[in-house]
Design a binder for this molecule. Sequence first.
Ligand SMILES: Nc1ncnc2c1ncn2[C@@H]1O[C@H](COP(=O)(O)OP(=O)(O)OP(=O)(O)O)[C@@H](O)[C@H]1O
Ligand SMILES: [Mg+2]
Length: 213
Amino acid sequence: MKNNDRYFVPEDEGYEPGSNDEVLKNYLHITSKEIIDQIEASELQRTELELEDIVEQDQVFTADDICMFHELWLGDIYPFAGKYRTVNMSKAGFPFAAPNRIAELMQEFENNFLNRYTPCHETDRNKLAYILGSTHAELIIIHPFREGNGRLSRLLTNLMSMQAGMPQLNYISIDRTKNSDGFDGYIKAIHAAFAGNNEPIQKVFYKLLQDSA
Ligand SMILES: Nc1ncnc2c1ncn2[C@@H]1O[C@H](COP(=O)(O)OP(=O)(O)OP(=O)(O)O)[C@@H](O)[C@H]1O
Ligand SMILES: [Mg+2]
């Protein structure tokens, strides 16, 4: 059992030797947290640019697309890229979906969110905030991948927002390192969504849309 600041992951053997359990096993054998963070960030930027060309205005996203986005981003770094997680994970006491339920939950996510809300052409800001917020929260609650779920879910809501003709969302107001109050409110909103109340996450996304306009 591992218990550290970031994640509580039972029975996870997946850290790079020599990284002090800070860096997941990677093809590059990088052991520095700072360096892997930089590589993940630049790969994410590359992925965002590539997806701007690939993704179509009228595209209905699928669970397979979500895996493809993750693979496109992290495929040269981690063996788990694009594959559903096999370990239990929780964050600050909040448990994400059990690994043996992820495939089924992602199919439900496809049916109930992706099929319903993409292509996303909603122009009413209130309704768009609801769609983006509830979709984002659901993907976070499932937490399908071993790492990168936050950034991937923000990437998805960005692509949907672009389909709706909105600019890229600016997430600074909910950034953990840059705005801790904003981040706390965002996490509370995810917990409320888990409990069936999407109003707080809708408000968070309404503000994000306002900030980005
Ligand atoms: N206490 C919590 N309860 C529920 N969800 C949380 C909690 N803390 C963080 N999260 C969600 O999990 C995400 C982090 O998951 P993960 O580490 O897989 O993604 P990431 O992209 O690597 O991280 P980050 O979002 O920090 O860049 C956060 O962005 C947030 O959406
Ligand atoms: Mg992470």
